[in-house]
Design a protein around this ligand. Structure first.
Ligand SMILES: *Cc1c(COP(=O)(O)O)cnc(C)c1O
Length: 452
C-alpha cells in the first residue's frame, strides 16, 4: 500500500472490547485481600469501584459490548489513524515497513481517555457524583477530567506535589475541564495529614497520592476512585485501539510481524497487542510482541514475578505481577508515565509465559529516536512513546542488515507537547542514563508480602 494513513469510518469501529482473560495461556492469579490473605470478592472492591467495572475486572466473557453512550464520546476522536512512517523508512534505508497507530489525536493527547470515558460512564450509571484519582505528571488526571466533564461528574485529582509545582500545564488543563486538582499530600485526608505532620516539605509521591485518593473515595458517599492503568478493566477498554488496527491492516492488505509499545502500567501496550495474542498463542501467526520500558524502571526485564501492593502505603489489594517492590522510588527520568514499580497482571502473566518479550532502553537513546522521528515524520512524541519508537528503529535497522521485509507497528501512545522541558534537557546534554543497581531489586525481595 502506498497511502500515508489508513482511516476507518465511524461505522467500522469495533462494537465490543476484547477481554483476554478466557484466552490467557494459564489462569490469572486472583487479587488477594492483604488483611485476610484470601482472594478478593466483588464486595471488597465495592466501596471504591462501581459494580459494572468490578464485573468487567473478573469477567470471563471474551467480548464486552461498548455502550452507545461511550461510543458516542469515543467518536469525538475515534477511529484514530493507522499511519505509515515512509520518511523514517527512507531515512533508515530499511526494507521494513513501519506503521504507527496514532493515539495522540484525542483531546488530552494520549490513549488514556479510552478508559477514562468508559469509567466515567459506568460511574454515572450507578449514581456516582464524584470521582477521585491520583496523577503524577498529569496525563491520567487530565484524561479523567475531560471524561468527567462530559458526563457531569465532579473530579478531584491528587497530584504529586513536585509535579504540581514544576508542571503547571497539565494541571491547568484539568482546571480547564472543570476538575479540582490538589497538591498531594493535602490536609484533606488522614494519610495526607500524617505525612505532612512528619515531613511538611515532602515532594510527595504517587504512592501517597493513591492513598489519599482511595481514602477520600472510601470515606465519602457517592464518591468512587478511578485508576488509569494496570487493572484488567482498564486494559479491556484500551483494546479498542488494537481492534481498530486489525481492521486497518486488513484494509492495507498487510499484517504486523512486530508490534512494539511502551510499558508503564501496561495499558496502552495491552490495548494494541492483546487482540493479536490469541493468533500468536494458537500458532496461526508468527508475531513478535515487544514491550519497552526504561532502564531506570525495569519492571518487566528485571523485576520479580510476585504478589505485591499497588501503592507505597500498602492500602491496595495484592496483585501477582512483575514488580520492583512497592517501596521502589524511580529515578527522575522524563518519561513520567513509565515510572511505576509494577505492571498489569495480565501482561505480567504473558511475559512470564514467554508470549510477550520485554526490553529496556536508556533515556538518551530514546530521545535520540524521538528527535529522529520528529525530523522525519514531523510529529513530536511523548517521552513514553519514544521508547516504542526507539525499539522500532532498532528493529528496522536489523531488517536492513538481514534484508528482511518486516512489517513493524508502533503503539503511538501520545504527543509530547507538554514535555518540551524534557527535550530541552536532552538538547543541553543534561539527561542522565540510569541503570538500576541490582541491590535495590534484591532489597525488594526482603519486604514483599509472603504469598506465592
Ligand atoms: C500514561 C502513559 C503511558 C504509560 O501508561 P500505560 O498504562 O503503560 O499505557 C504511556 N504513554 C503515554 C503517552 C502516557 O500518557
Amino acid at each position: 500500500m502506498d497511502e500515508n494513513k489508513i482511516m476507518l469510518s465511524e461505522r467500522d469501529m469495533p462494537q465490543a472490547w476484547y477481554n483476554i482473560n478466557p484466552h490467557l495461556p494459564a489462569p490469572l492469579n486472583p487479587p488477594i485481600n492483604p488483611a485476610t490473605g484470601q482472594p478478593l470478592g466483588p464486595e471488597d472492591l465495592a466501596p471504591i469501584f462501581p459494580m459494572a467495572l468490578i464485573e468487567q475486572e473478573m469477567s470471563m466473557e471474551p467480548w464486552i459490548e461498548i455502550p452507545d453512550e461511550v461510543m458516542e464520546v469515543l467518536k469525538i476522536w475515534r477511529p484514530t489513524p493507522l499511519r505509515r512512517a515512509f520518511r523514517l523508512e527512507e531515512h533508515l534505508d530499511t526494507p521494513a515497513r513501519i506503521y504507527w497507530k496514532d493515539e495522540s489525536v484525542s483531546p488530552p493527547g494520549s490513549h488514556k481517555p479510552n478508559t477514562a470515558v468508559a469509567q466515567a460512564y459506568y460511574n454515572k450509571q450507578e449514581g456516582v457524583e464524584r470521582i477521585t484519582t491520583e496523577t503524577g505528571a498529569g496525563q491520567w488526571g487530565s484524561a479523567l477530567s475531560f471524561a468527567c466533564q462530559i458526563f457531569d461528574i465532579e473530579c478531584d485529582v491528587y497530584m504529586v506535589r513536585v509535579s504540581y509545582e514544576q508542571k503547571p500545564y497539565r494541571r491547568l488543563l484539568m482546571q480547564t475541564w472543570g476538575a479540582n486538582c490538589y497538591s498531594s499530600p493535602t490536609d484533606r485526608t488522614e494519610a495526607g495529614r500524617a505525612i505532612l505532620a512528619e515531613n511538611p516539605d515532602t515532594p510527595g509521591s504517587l504512592g501517597i497520592a493513591i492513598s489519599e485518593a482511595v481514602e477520600d473515595a472510601a470515606k465519602n458517599e457517592n464518591t468512587k476512585y478511578s485508576l488509569g492503568s494496570v487493572l484488567n478493566h482498564v486494559l479491556l477498554h484500551q483494546t479498542v485501539t488494537g481492534l481498530e488496527m486489525k481492521r486497518q491492516f486488513e484494509e492495507a492488505g498487510d499484517y504486523p510481524d512486530t508490534i512494539v509499545g511502551c510499558v508503564g502500567g501496561g495499558s496502552n501496550f495491552a490495548g494494541f497487542a492483546f487482540p493479536y495474542v490469541e493468533e500468536k498463542i494458537s500458532g496461526q501467526r508468527e508475531i513478535d510482541i515487544i514491550g519497552v520500558e526504561p532502564t531506570a524502571c525495569p519492571t518487566l526485564t528485571r523485576g520479580l514475578y510476585h504478589y505485591d501492593f499497588g501503592d507505597t502505603a500498602e492500602m491496595t489489594p495484592l496483585l501477582k505481577m512483575f514488580t520492583l517492590g512497592h517501596r521502589f522510588v524511580p529515578a527522575p527520568i522524563h518519561a513520567g508515565g513509565l515510572r511505576y514499580h509494577g505492571a498489569a497482571p495480565q501482561l505480567s502473566l504473558l511475559v512470564s509465559q514467554g508470549v510477550i518479550e520485554a526490553r529496556a532502553l536508556r533515556q538518551n537513546d530514546v530521545f535520540e529516536g524521538a528527535i529522529m522521528w520528529a525530523r522525519t515524520e514531523g510529529f513530536l512524541p511523548a517521552p513514553e512513546t519514544a521508547h516504542a519508537i526507539r525499539a522500532a528503529i532498532d528493529e528496522a535497522i536489523k531488517c536492513k542488515e538481514t534484508g528482511e521485509e518486516k512489517c513493524i507497528v508502533i503503539g503511538y501512545s501520545g504527543h509530547g507537547h507538554f514535555d518540551l522541558a524534557a527535550y530541552e534537557n536532552y538538547f543541553s546534554g543534561n539527561l542522565v542514563d540510569y541503570e538500576l543497581p541490582q541491590e535495590e531489586i534484591e532489597e525488594a525481595e526482603e519486604y514483599l508480602p509472603d504469598i506465592e
